[in-house]
Design a protein around this ligand. Structure first.
Ligand code: AQP
Length: 333
């Protein structure tokens, strides 16, 4: 049974992109793996967060994950800051990873933009913390989107250098688990941008806690083009917004794109959007209802996360203790 580490940033409310691109797969992975699910609040503060909102969003996203089917009894669900092993190992990795390696990370270049003077140093060393998240559990598989491949390669480079520097085979290789059905969901306002928690426009995404009316409004307002739906997938080329909505409908109804187009070829977006709203509500309303039930008892949610943190620490602490011993630190006592 492989140990799998997965994380989500509590930087906003988990959305349809997080669900289709990640969480839906995490739920399936629970059947045959030992899973560690983490609300990565240490990663979240690499960009400025409102402290009150960060706490609320950590709880909220925990509720959403459970509502989606993450089982905190059979697997581990916790918030990253509660297990100090992440920060301890990340510091060691800050000293193992080379400046040049991190300078080549495309996600840093994208997120930092041109104004490098103004971004936090945490954003720069973010991939070292991600490597620590995984290696602290000796996890061997990580389900990630294609955009995270470079960070996983870095995590392997760090492990290899650590093992080489200290003459041990301590950290295992990590394999990316890039699942074939992983969908990339785009913004409802701009088909060239991915749906994102931190997009300033709430209209750009379907949050997993949106109510029925909000979902309907966002889909009706979603950007499209004046052409009818095409007969084949080739007809979606160059029509990013149309392709995105068709992709979402296919995912929500468990169909292939071809089957969706066979049903709607020649139709305008008005009737298609109404069907899309129905499909989204059928899928997401029960998730929202369950999340609201869980959120009504915040103390219980906190207990779930704290119990998860104790179980996570029981795995990670001995591994990080040993990494510290290999580096030459005195025992913690
Ligand atoms: N639009 C998306 N389509 C498919 N998958 C997505 N994921 C995120 N957005 C999409 C996947 O969700 C998992 C958790 O993501 P994250 O919270 O770690 O951060 P992210 O990828 O940076 O997601 P956001 O929503 O865009 O957050 P912010 O705005 O804070 O940066 C990951 O597996 C990710 O691939």
């Amino acid at each position: 049974m492989a140990r799998i580490f997965s994380g989500i940033q509590p930087t906003g409310i988990a959305h349809l992109g997080n669900y289709l691109g990640a969480v839906q797969n995490w739920v399936k992975l629970q059947d045959s793996n030992e899973c560690v699910f983490c609300l990565v609040d240490l990663h979240a503060i690499t960009v400025a967060q409102n402290p009150v909102l960060l706490r609320d969003q950590t709880r909220l996203n925990a509720a959403i994950l459970i509502a989606c089917g993450i089982d905190p009894d059979k697997h581990i669900l916790f918030h990253q800051s509660a297990v100090h092993a992440h920060a301890r190992l990340a510091w060691i990795f800050n000293c193992v990873a080379r400046f040049g390696w991190l300078s080549r990370m495309t996600q840093f270049k994208d997120k930092a933009g041109k104004d490098r003077e103004a971004v936090s140093t945490g954003l720069f060393v973010y991939p070292n913390l991600m490597a620590a998240d995984i290696h602290a559990y000796h996890a061997t598989q990580v389900p990630v989107g294609d955009d995270q491949r470079q960070h996983l390669e870095l995590a392997n480079d760090i492990a290899e250098k650590f093992n080489h520097d200290f003459g041990v085979e301590f950290f295992p290789r990590i394999e990316p688990l890039i699942l074939p059905e992983t969908a990339r969901v785009m913004s409802l306002r701009d088909g060239a941008k991915k749906m994102s928690k931190s997009d300033t426009s709430d209209q750009s995404r379907i949050n997993l806690t949106d109510d029925v009316d909000t979902i309907a409004l966002k889909i009706r307002r979603a950007k499209t083009d004046p052409e009818p739906l095409p007969e084949t997938a080739e007809g979606l080329a160059g029509r990013a917004e149309a392709a995105n909505l068709v992709g979402i409908y296919a995912a929500m109804t468990g169909q292939k794109t071809a089957a969706v187009l066979a049903e709607f070829a020649g139709s305008g977006f008005g009737p298609f959007k109404e069907k899309l709203v129905e499909a989204l509500i059928a899928h997401l309303a029960p998730i929202n209802a369950r999340a609201q039930e869980l959120l009504a008892e915040p103390a219980h949610l906190d207990q779930i996360l704290q119990a998860g943190a104790r179980r996570a620490a029981a795995i990670a602490n001995p591994i990080v203790d040993e990494a510290e011993r290999l580096v030459g630190f005195l025992a913690r006592g």
